[in-house]
Each structure stands twice: as structure tokens, then as C-alpha cells.
Design a binder for this molecule. Structure first.
Ligand code: IPD
Ligand code: CA
Ligand code: CA
Ligand code: CA
Length: 261
């Protein structure tokens, strides 16, 4: 990895850590602005974190572009260096003081997923990964579980809350899977769901519709932790398109895809 890239990623980690303070402070003052669609919100914190990080990240790498959730007119294209930012993943949790939200950031270099940074300030857990260098929480190495069967798996799922048309299918699939696994969780943060698989805290996770900012940073962390993330056909995610996602320790991946049918 070139020095400029290494330095930029390390600097980005510190920027994300600093911005995490805003999520903690928001516990006292959570102003809500409604976005389009059922249960789809954006708060002042989402906008503030994005504004701060946007300004800083763009200066870290020359010729970089940023795809970010709260940008109205994203150009969904991968350039030389593309940052993919979710300023708050788990906005509804933030509004309720549920303390399960993260800042999620991915870096794709010339089309190759390169670095992931996901910070949960409520647990002071900074997940980081650089291509070929493993995955970490607060600098300590993490890895996926070695569990090989769905019947002994703890899973998580997402409800794709902004597209209620998908609810019937989501709950049909979840019911199928629930009958074949140990138990299922629903956290309200897709990035943390994927990072939980990376950290070996769950064996797998699935959701019918994720946006690139939901999965970009966390999926790089998962891969570096030894896991696997694909769409529901087993294909790689694109980092520019919305997609269904299955994230697992790798070992239960095919069995989970089968069980979802
Ligand atoms: C949402 C959360 C949620 C997931 C949704 C995401 P947001 O992101 O990750 O857990 O179910 O699909 O859109 O809107 O809080 O950034
Ligand atoms: Ca959102
Ligand atoms: Ca999100
Ligand atoms: Ca968000």
C-alpha cells in the first residue's frame, strides 16, 4: 500500500472517531427532519457528521470522490479513489436513544474495495480494515466464527424499513430461516450487523435491500475478518448499486442462501 493511501486511511479513522462525539452529544438533543417514505428520517446529526467528514475526506486524497447518503445528487460511479459514507447508520436508533448507531465509511481504490472504517461511539468500538491486512476492533484483531451449520447459528436480519413493499418477502424468508437456526436478532444498523459477523458475535446476517453506504465499509471489514458478503445469488456486491445482502462467516453461506428460498 502506498504511503499516501496508508496515511489517508489512518487520518480518516481519526476524523471518524472525532465525528463520533456528535452522536454521543445528540442523546440530549435529537432534532428530526422527515425524509421521504415510511419511517425514513434524517436528523441534524446525520447532516452535520456528513458535512464535517465530506469536507475533510475530499482533501485527504487528490482526485477522490464521495458517495454519501445525505447527498441529493450522488454520482454513483467509482473513480480513482471513492469514499462511500453513511454519516449515521442507525438513524432511527439515534432518534430513540437506543445507542446502536455507527459512522460507516468505505474506500474503493480503482474499483477495488480497499479500506473499511465503522465506528460505534456508544461502545467506543472502532472497526478498521485495510486490504490484505486483516480486520480489527480498536487495534485488536477480529475474525469470524468457525461454526459450520445453520442449526447452530445466531443470525441477524434487517427489515428494509424504507421499502415496505418488501415486508412480506422479508418476513416469509425470516420465518423459514428462524425454523432452521438458533435465533435471530434485529439491531437497526446494517453496518453494525455486518461488523458483528466480522467480530464473530453472530454467524450471519441478511437484508433484502441495502444501499452502498450501508454495506461498503463493513463489507471490507467482514472480508478481511475471513467472512463473505454477496447478494442472494451469491454474486459480489458492486459498491454503487443497492442490493440484497447476505453476510456470513463463509462456512454457512450456501446453507443460508438455500434456507431463505
Ligand atoms: C438503515 C439501517 C437499518 C437497515 C436499513 C438501513 P440508516 O440505515 O442500517 O438497520 O435496516 O436498511 O437503511 O437509514 O439508519 O442509515
Ligand atoms: Ca437513512
Ligand atoms: Ca444506513
Ligand atoms: Ca444513514
Amino acid at each position: 500500500m502506498s504511503n499516501i493511501l496508508e496515511t489517508a486511511i489512518n487520518d480518516a479513522v481519526e476524523m471518524v472517531r472525532e465525528a463520533g462525539e456528535l452522536l454521543l452529544q445528540s442523546m440530549d438533543d435529537k432534532k428530526v427532519i422527515t425524509k421521504n417514505g415510511t419511517a425514513n428520517f434524517v436528523t441534524e446529526i446525520d447532516l452535520k457528521v456528513q458535512e464535517i467528514l465530506f469536507g475533510k475526506l475530499i482533501n485527504l486524497l487528490p482526485d477522490s470522490n464521495i458517495i454519501a447518503e445525505e447527498t441529493a445528487d450522488n454520482n454513483f460511479a467509482l473513480g480513482k479513489y471513492t469514499w462511500i459514507l453513511d454519516p449515521v447508520d442507525g438513524t432511527t436508533n439515534l432518534m430513540y436513544g437506543y445507542k446502536c448507531s455507527a459512522i460507516a465509511l468505505g474506500l474503493v481504490v480503482e474499483g477495488v474495495p480497499y479500506a473499511g472504517i465503522v465506528y460505534n461511539p456508544f461502545l467506543n468500538e472502532m472497526y478498521t480494515a485495510k486490504k490484505g491486512q486483516g480486520a480489527f476492533i480498536n487495534g485488536n484483531p477480529i475474525g469470524v466464527t468457525s461454526n459450520e451449520s445453520l442449526s447452530s447459528s445466531l443470525l441477524a436480519f434487517g427489515t428494509s424499513p424504507y421499502d415496505r413493499g418488501k415486508a412480506d418477502e422479508t418476513f416469509r424468508i425470516t420465518k423459514n430461516v428462524f425454523g432452521k437456526c438458533r435465533d435471530i436478532r434485529r439491531s437497526g444498523s446494517a453496518a453494525l450487523d455486518i461488523c458483528n459477523v466480522a467480530a464473530g458475535r453472530t454467524d450471519g446476517y441478511f437484508e433484502m435491500e441495502l444501499q452502498p453506504w450501508d454495506y461498503a465499509g463493513a463489507s471490507i471489514i467482514l472480508k478481511e475478518a475471513g467472512g463473505r458478503i454477496t447478494d442472494w445469488q451469491g454474486k459480489d456486491l458492486t459498491y454503487i448499486l443497492k442490493s440484497p445482502a447476505i453476510a456470513t462467516n463463509g462456512l454457512i453461506h450456501e446453507e443460508l442462501i438455500e434456507a431463505m428460498k
